[in-house]
Design a protein around this ligand. Structure first.
Ligand code: F0G
Length: 465
């Protein structure tokens, strides 16, 4: 019997969008105008946009068809009930609160539960999660396992939380921890999964200390696929079955549905606690909208309801994880330093090892990102000192835990030849790595600085490259 070795894209293309092909001169001008911040570069000056997998998915024909059924009633729209049913079916949670995107859920949840003196442990907080926790005066604490802090270490579940430290932490701060967060997959830690065993252990510890466990579940389906592929005893189960179990171990969750629901916008907050849900709904009405639409159009709710089911398709998930691993393997073979093993939604370059001549204070991740854009028109995102470090009173940078460059792969958007182009461009930059020097930040806002800060090169002229 024919057994294909090639895992093909399990879809064909019905609508096409032209790819921008700016010249090198245009890319130089865009970089100068953006003061080297890739968030300020217009998308039509980007050839392959790997800045994020968020909101960038191609929707399916079923999602587009469902959008036509969008009910735009202010209260009690049909679309809300369809959305609620899909989320309920997946999470089993009692209260389902739609929001316009993940950070809106974070803002609401932590406004209710955070505050000065509060501490929120997680495996690793995503940047908006951390910012929303800290905005309330609470402290966001990352307790990922030791292996998860080192890019070169191999471990099947590098997103796991360190359960021993979690137990000690909860014992040390009784009454101060409103909830514990598991980010699945662990985006800031390299798109690495959390095992079912770890979720179960975290639940047991949380419940012993009387603290609820929440999942930040933007990429729950990719996490479920990794559990099936890597965790003992899980191989025979469907991703849907595994995902349901993940959610049933938690007391609440929130989702940026711009990821594993193939949404271009959307999210939700879900939980079992009636009192907490009532408080969250009050805030929702203040900032997002009535609880049956939460800042979304009815048609968005329809698209998400379909997407949440589609994403658990085994052929899709096999292709998704395999296509990320494809890029990872080619770069690994070329000697490019990578966070190991391959993540679900992205390949992460280890910028400290990529550019050993650029110390963390001089922003090696930012440097690699600029080089990739200049050479290949590829937009990536730094996940390192720019995103998670801070400027000390003496003006020097306090480095982040790692300096990574994330090549996030939008869902169902780029083909294998696009990825071959990316591989070629990264290899080209890597071969010329000795010529690059770093950057300093010459302007930054008080919070989430990476979105709007500006940069100046240190002792080199990237525009002369
Ligand atoms: N949690 C995780 C794990 C995320 O990855 C994101 C967003 C959010 C929460 C916030 O959701 O963007 O809908 O408000 N991550 C995007 C990224 C932005 O590029 O990784 P949002």
């Amino acid at each position: 019997m024919f057994q294909a070795q090639t895992i093909i894209e399990p879809f064909r293309v019905k609508v096409v969008e032209p790819l921008p092909l700016p010249t090198r001169e245009e890319r130089r001008a865009a970089l100068a105008a953006a003061s080297f911040n890739l968030f300020s570069v217009p998308a039509d000056k980007v050839t392959i946009d790997l800045m994020t997998d968020s909101g960038t998915s191609a929707m399916s024909q079923e999602q587009w068809a469902a959008m036509m059924r969008g009910d735009e009633s202010y209260a009690g729209a049909r679309s809300f009930y369809r959305f609620r049913e899909a989320v309920e079916d997946l999470t089993g949670m009692r209260h389902i609160i739609p929001v316009h995107q993940g950070r809106a859920a974070e803002k609401i949840l932590f406004t209710v539960t955070g505050g000065p003196d509060r501490k929120v442990p997680a495996n690793t907080h995503f940047d908006t999660t951390r910012a929303n926790v800290e905005h309330t005066g609470a402290e966001a604490v990352d307790l990922v396992i030791e292996e998860g802090r080192r890019p070169e270490t191999e471990h099947p579940f590098k997103g796991n939380i360190d359960t021993e430290r979690l137990d000690e932490f909860l014992a040390a701060h009784p009454g101060r921890v409103p909830l514990v967060v598991l980010t699945v997959t662990n985006n800031s830690g390299g798109g690495q999964p959390v095992s079912l065993a770890n979720i179960r252990a975290a639940r047991e510890i949380c419940h012993r200390h009387g603290v609820p466990l929440f999942l930040d579940c933007a990429r729950f389906a990719e996490n479920a696929w990794f559990i099936r592929a890597r965790e003992e005893g899980q191989a025979g189960r469907s991703p849907a079955e595994i995902a349901r179990e993940m959610f049933r171990l938690a007391d609440g969750c929130w989702m940026s549905s711009k990821k594993d629901a193939f949404g271009n916008i959307g999210g939700f907050l879900a939980m079992n606690d009636d009192g907490l849900a009532a408080e969250c709904r009050n805030l929702l009405i203040l900032t997002e909208g009535f609880p049956t639409y939460g800042g979304l159009a009815g048609r968005d709710l329809e698209a998400l309801a379909v997407g949440l089911r589609e994403v658990l398709d085994e052929h899709y998930l096999e292709y998704r994880i395999r296509s990320t691993a494809y890029v990872w393997e080619h770069l690994d073979r070329a000697g490019v330093p990578l966070l190991r093993p391959a993540g679900g939604h992205a390949v992460y370059l280890d910028a400290r090892a990529f550019l050993p001549q650029v110390p963390p204070e001089e922003l090696p991740g930012q440097t690699v990102s600029v080089a990739l854009y200049l050479e290949g028109g590829i937009r990536s995102v730094e996940i390192g000192t720019v995103m998670f470090g801070r400027t000390r009173p003496d003006g020097r940078q306090q480095p982040g835990m790692m300096d990574l460059v994330r090549l996030a792969i939008p869902r169902r958007v780029y083909t294998q030849s696009h990825m071959d182009y990316v591989i070629e461009a990264v290899r080209y930059v890597f071969e010329r790595r000795d010529r690059y020097r770093g950057f300093r930040i010459d302007f930054e806002p008080p919070e989430l600085r990476h979105f709007t800060c500006t940069f100046a090169p240190l002792g080199w002229d990237p525009l002369a490259e």
